[in-house]
Design a protein around this ligand. Structure first.
Ligand code: NDP
Ligand code: MG
Length: 409
């Protein structure tokens, strides 16, 4: 296979850097085509120095600032050969460029939607970490994958695990209707969740939780937003919606299982009583490498799982009273239309407000519930409607924060 040209959307983030680590191990197979950053421009300049991309994307109006940072870190050849583009147009450009074979979609939140769709629309191989994009646009997103015959590979560890446990003909039409509606004999998907840093906390303790405590995940090292989502379990709620779309299953066929050790990354149950699972040390380099090389395998530096030192593997039911985010997400998926986009937008605003110490941890889900009940959810016929509802939800969330900020409930 010729050397694959890779664009990393969100290169300065946790997934972006893990992707670069995997690519650097296989220079004969992959080359970095483009890297993108947003606030951490100094880090982006350092990544340019290390990986020599052909193009970089910076936010609108930041090209001059970035040029001066490049001068601090890079050699003359790198400075003079690199193309710097800006804003959403720049992101869509590097996601869809003819020279690109693979796009890692690792921007956090709704900002990743349009660039990810730009890659999909031209039929790229898209490695999806940016779950918010799929949650927001759901059916529309999957329709566009099919229309353009893009190759969509899940990077989220649970979905990557499920993908690995499904039969290879799962997505073919003959498998779809076999076994009386049990597609390819699959009866349930079991989506594991670590339970986050507050798994054993009372609601009262959670009410006092600080951003630093919420971001201290017991098993994974991740960006701030997804860390808070893991603490509220909204991450699992978003993943439940993600799984329904990726694997074309109704909510009832996806069960969330708390598994504090994060060794079993998810499981698939079949109608014959079999349960298949994918296990491994919690390191995102594994699903990234899997999605990059599929259907082949490439090596990573992740050590093999040592079952002798793994001790016990525990599994529990989630507590939806202490973690209402799960029920909110299930209900949004059942409502359909723009409801998941509204849920996602309200969550993004709530998490940012919590990180800025404007609302308490337990107010995150209160805010989302308030926004969802207030909004008139529209059918998700097109991207414009989804984006209008996203904006509406953000405005309502902003108003809720003004009215309730720092109020003990
Ligand atoms: P980080 O916060 O570490 O990184 C986010 C990336 O997105 C950074 O490169 C950031 O740039 C960029 N970014 C943020 N806002 C914008 C914007 N408005 N426009 C353009 N770029 C932007 O997040 P993670 O790497 O942890 O997560 C990325 C995605 O992957 C999320 O959707 C997350 O849910 C998903 N994911 C992450 C996992 C993990 O282990 N981290 C596991 C599974 C899924 P900058 O830093 O320069 O500001
Ligand atoms: Mg995950």
């Amino acid at each position: 296979m010729p050397v694959q040209q890779v664009t990393i959307l969100g290169a300065t983030g946790s997934i972006g850097k893990s992707t670069l680590k995997v690519l650097a191990q296989h220079p004969d197979q992959y080359q970095v085509y483009a890297l993108t950053g947003f606030q951490r421009l100094d880090e982006l300049a350092q990544l340019v120095e290390q990986h020599s991309p052909k193009v970089v994307v910076v936010p609108e109006g930041k090209i001059d600032t970035f040029r001066s940072l490049l001068a601090l870190h890079c050699n003359d050849k790198q400075i003079h050969t690199i193309e710097i583009v800006e804003g959403e147009t720049g992101l869509c450009q590097v996601a869809s460029a003819a020279a690109v074979n693979v796009v890692m979609a690792a921007i956090v939140g709704s900002a990743g939607l349009k660039p990810t769709l730009a890659a999909i629309d031209v039929g790229k191989r898209v490695l999806l970490a940016n779950k918010e994009a799929l949650v927001m646009a759901g059916e529309l997103f999957m329709q566009r994958v099919k229309q353009a015959q893009a190759t969509l590979l899940p990077v989220d560890s649970e979905h990557n695990a499920i993908f690995q446990c499904l039969p290879t003909d799962y997505f073919s039409s003959s498998a779809r209707f076999a076994n009386q509606g049990n597609r390819a004999g699959v009866s349930q998907i079991l989506l594991t969740a670590s339970g986050g840093p507050f798994r054993t906390w009372t609601l009262q303790q959670m009410h006092q939780a600080t951003p630093a405590q919420a971001c201290k995940h017991p098993n994974w090292s991740m960006g701030q937003k997804i860390s808070v989502d893991s603490a509220t379990l909204m991450n699992k709620g978003l993943e439940l919606i993600e799984a329904c779309h990726l694997f074309e299953l109704p909510v009832e066929r996806v069960t969330v299982v708390i598994h504090p050790e994060s060794i079993v990354h998810s499981l698939v149950q079949y109608i014959d009583g079999s349960t298949l699972a994918q296990l491994g040390n919690p390191d995102m380099c594994t699903p990234i490498a899997h999605a990059l090389a599929w259907p082949q395998r490439i090596a990573t530096t992740v050590p093999p799982l040592d079952l002798f030192s793994a001790n016990c593997l525990n599994f529990e039911q989630p507590d939806e009273d202490r973690f209402p985010a799960l029920a909110l997400a299930k209900s949004a998926m059942k409502t359909g239309g723009c409801a998941p986009a509204v849920l996602n937008a309200a969550n993004e605003v709530a998490v940012a407000a919590f990180l800025a110490n404007k609302i308490a941890f337990t107010q995150i889900t209160q805010l989302i519930h308030a926004v969802i009940t207030q909004i008139n959810v529209l059918p998700a016929h097109d991207l414009d409607t989804i984006l209008v509802q996203d904006l509406e939800a953000r405005e309502l969330a902003g108003q809720w924060i003004m009215a309730n900020a720092n109020r003990t409930t």
